[in-house]
Structure formats: structure tokens, C-alpha cells
Design a protein around this ligand. Structure first.
Ligand code: PLP
Length: 377
């Protein structure tokens, strides 16, 4: 890379496709639903969805309805199913019916509203009945499950509801908690069957459980992190899993300054040089998703060597101490990426800044241009 730039997020589409193909193969015959919520973990949903289709993905999860409707209206991935489950009080159920978006349904009110919209349109509502197995987000409580199922079966028999799925999500608190949640899910499925319900796709696992607990895959697993090459299990790297990191965040040095020992650096002078040294200015800051916690041991990589972030990360920039090394304006600074050039991985960056890699990925700001590599021929 020779051209200079301020800051960028490089998204490796070949890595994304390879990760998804590998997941599809490993999960088969279980379906892999690709989670593309939060603008595909900020990588750009409009670009990522067609890549996933090319890799063989036929189900997408968007959390909210709006992005699914937008992609449908744009004619993207028409052959695929879109699944949304975070519904507001005034959701556009008519649009979900018209544009064939699958919805996770947790309450009787949601079920009636979705079915009404289908009746009006002379069409079907694509329903995934949602049960709360312990996370206490979406989903009806087990005590309300039988009533929800009974009504859904009646609406199915009326021809306005199609029972596409049964859906839950686990807390990932401990093996014991997740096992208990899976038992609640199994019981809910058995009870639903006794009430006359059969589901096309039963699904409760995301990346971690999908990978580690084959008995919890049921008919479909919902995978976000794995696809983006983000490690989800402590002590396990993406490459241990045969996955390639998709996202690299970098910036170019815009200024270098030789300073004497005792020089205070950035806001509040939280760092003072202990010798004559060179400071390099890196134009990416907390507005771009670089945590203010990224100091004290967080290192970036320039020309294959690591250098510490020194002083406070500001909104638009931070400084690194490069000693006597010949770092020059225009040099590329890698914050995190594949690790292939000596840089931190997103998992290491997250550990050092006190968070999880999913948050690091989602927080990369809009001001950071996305540059796509590895497009299909
Ligand atoms: C975010 C999310 C996922 C994906 O989780 P990963 O750990 O990133 O694979 C799956 N299911 C639901 C309900 C989610 O909210």
C-alpha cells in the first residue's frame, strides 16, 4: 500500500466468504444464518450480504426490520430469507408481509398484528415463535408459551401464519446456565408439538454454542462473529478455529516531531518522554472508535514493529513514541488486523482496551472510510 490516507477500515471480503463457506461446511446439514445486524458489525451490510449469498448463505438476521425491508426493496438477496426479531410498538407488519421478512414473535399482540396484516394482504405472516429461555430479552416466558403456540396454530390453520421457526437465544454465562436454557428450549419444542405445531427451523445458538455444542444446533445456527473472524471463546483465536479476521483498522502518520526528554504528550500530559525521542501523530481517535482506554501497553504496528500509544487518545488522533526509528509521514500504522504483519488482532485489541471484539468492530465510526479487498472476480 503506497498511497497515503488519513484513516481506513479495510474489509477482506475473500476472508468473509471463506469463513462463511467453511462454517456452512462444518455445520451441514444445519443451516447457517449470517447475522448482519448493526450494519454487519459496521463492515457495511450492503456489501456484505451479496458476498454472503455468493458463499452460499440463504438466511440473514438483521435484528430490526428496517434494514431487511431496505435490502428487499433494493432487490438484494431476493432468494434469501431475512429474519428480524427486535420489534417496536408500531412495527410495520404490512411491509414485513409484503416483502416476506421473517419475524421473531414474542407476544400475543405482535402475533395478532402480524396475522392481521397477512389477512389484509391475502398472504402469509412468516413467524418464528420466540421463547425466553433465560436471557430475559425477547421471547415469551415459558408460562405464556402454550397460549402463544395455541393461537399461532389456529392462525396457521386459518392460512394467515406460516410457522417458520422456533427461536431463542442464550446468555453464555456458563456451561450449566446454557445447558439449562437448552432444556427449557427442548421442553418448549415438545410442548408446541403436542399442541400441533411443527417448525421449519428451530434455532437457539449463535457463534459460540454453534461451534462447540452440536446438540444445540437444532435446524439452524445464527453466526455473526465467526463470519467476521472474531474469536468468541476465551483463549481461542480465530485461526485456531480456521477463521480469518475480516477487519483491519489503520491510519497514516501525518506528522513526526523530535522532542527532548521531559516533554508532556497530548491532553493532560499523562505521558512524559523519558529521553530524547520522536513522536508520530496518528489521525484516528475516539470519534472513530479508538477507545480512550487505548494507552498503557496498547501498541500499534508501523513497518513491522510495535510502538506504544502515548498520552491520551483524542477525538481525532493519538501519538506514538517511535524512539529513534526512521518513521516518516505517510507510513501506515496498523491498529489491529489479521496479525500477519505483526499487528494486534481485534481480540487482543479488545482485551487490552477492556471490552469484547464485537464492540470494537461495531464502534468503528462512520468517518472511517471502508475499503473493500478480495471482491469476487
Ligand atoms: C447478535 C446475535 C447473534 C450473533 O452472535 P455472535 O456471537 O456474533 O455469533 C445471534 N443471535 C442473536 C439473537 C443475536 O442477537
Amino acid at each position: 500500500m503506497s498511497e497515503a490516507y488519513l484513516r481506513r477500515a479495510t474489509v477482506d471480503l475473500a476472508a468473509y466468504r471463506a469463513n462463511l463457506s467453511s462454517l456452512i461446511e462444518r455445520m451441514a446439514p444445519v443451516e447457517v444464518l449470517a447475522i448482519v445486524k448493526a450494519d454487519a458489525y459496521s463492515n457495511g451490510i450492503d456489501v456484505m450480504v451479496p458476498e454472503a449469498v455468493a458463499a452460499g448463505i440463504r438466511w440473514f438476521g438483521t435484528v430490526e426490520l428496517a434494514p431487511a425491508l431496505r435490502l428487499r426493496r433494493a432487490g438484494v438477496a431476493l432468494e434469501a430469507s431475512f429474519f428480524a426479531w427486535q420489534l417496536g410498538p408500531d412495527e410495520d407488519y404490512a411491509a414485513a408481509v409484503e416483502l416476506r421478512v421473517d419475524l421473531g414473535i414474542s407476544t400475543m399482540e405482535q402475533l395478532e398484528a402480524f396475522a392481521d396484516a397477512a389477512r389484509t394482504a391475502g398472504s402469509e405472516a412468516l413467524v418464528h415463535l420466540t421463547i425466553d429461555t433465560g436471557l430475559h430479552r425477547e421471547g415469551c416466558l415459558p408460562a405464556d408459551w402454550a397460549a402463544l403456540v395455541t393461537r399461532a396454530v389456529a392462525l396457521r390453520d386459518e392460512g394467515v401464519v406460516r410457522l417458520r421457526g422456533a427461536f431463542s437465544h442464550v446468555s453464555e454465562t456458563s456451561e450449566a446456565d446454557d445447558h439449562a436454557a437448552s432444556l427449557v428450549f427442548r421442553k418448549a419444542l415438545a410442548d408446541a408439538e403436542a399442541l400441533g405445531a411443527t417448525f421449519e427451523k428451530r434455532h437457539m445458538s449463535s457463534s459460540s454454542a454453534g461451534m462447540e455444542h452440536p446438540e444445540r444446533r437444532f435446524d439452524m445456527v445464527r453466526m455473526g462473529s465467526n463470519g467476521y473472524g472474531i474469536p468468541v471463546t476465551e483463549g481461542v483465536t480465530a485461526s485456531d478455529r480456521g477463521l480469518r479476521p475480516v477487519l483491519t483498522v489503520s491510519a497514516c502518520v501525518v506528522r513526526v516531531k523530535r522532542v527532548p526528554a521531559g516533554t508532556g504528550v497530548s491532553y493532560d500530559y499523562t505521558y512524559r518522554t523519558d529521553r530524547d525521542t520522536t513522536l508520530a501523530l496518528v489521525p484516528i481517535g475516539y470519534a472513530d472508535g479508538v477507545s480512550r482506554r487505548a494507552q498503557h501497553g496498547v501498541e500499534v504496528t508501523v513497518r513491522g514493529r510495535r510502538y506504544p500509544i502515548v498520552g491520551r487518545v483524542a477525538m481525532d488522533q493519538f501519538l506514538i513514541d517511535v524512539g529513534d526509528d526512521p518513521i516518516a509521514v505517510g507510513d501506515e500504522v496498523l491498529l489491529f488486523g489479521s496479525g500477519d504483519h505483526g499487528e494486534l488482532t481485534i481480540g487482543e485489541w479488545a482485551d487490552l482496551t477492556g471490552t469484547i471484539p464485537e464492540e470494537v468492530s461495531c464502534r468503528i465510526g462512520r468517518r472511517v472510510p471502508r475499503v473493500y479487498r478480495g471482491r469476487r472476480a
